[in-house]
Write a protein that binds this ligand. Structure first.
Ligand SMILES: [Zn+2]
Length: 109
């Protein structure tokens, strides 16, 4: 995970759209600032590809807050999205606004 400004500065930018070897395409990552909830910019971090999912350990910056928010997500081939927060992995409900806004942007071949 990326937690400090130094780690963020040293991380590699993640280019979107991101296409995995399994053909999952993620057009865009929409992450929200932990303070003001605006969309963060300049996503950087690490992508790990597994046979059934893609894992993003990344962070983005909110310029008005001068704050870095880190994210840890897994996108499964079957459409599930899991989000790792303090308490562990939780599945993002397909009924949530965030999921609907985001998943329309994910295309599978
Ligand atoms: Zn903010």
């Amino acid at each position: 995970m990326i937690f400090t400004p130094e780690q963020y500065i040293n991380a590699s930018p993640i280019q979107f759209p991101y296409e995995s070897k399994t053909g999952l395409i993620i057009d865009e990552f929409v992450g929200h600032c932990k303070k003001c909830h605006n969309t963060v910019e300049s996503i950087k971090g690490i992508v790990n590809e597994y046979p059934n999912c893609i894992e993003f350990r990344c962070a983005g910056v909110c310029h008005p807050c001068k704050l870095i928010t880190s994210f840890h997500f897994r996108y499964y081939n079957d459409g599930r999205i899991l989000h790792n927060k303090d308490a562990g992995w939780t599945e993002i409900s397909p009924k949530s606004n965030w999921y609907n806004k985001f998943v329309n942007k994910i295309k599978t071949i």
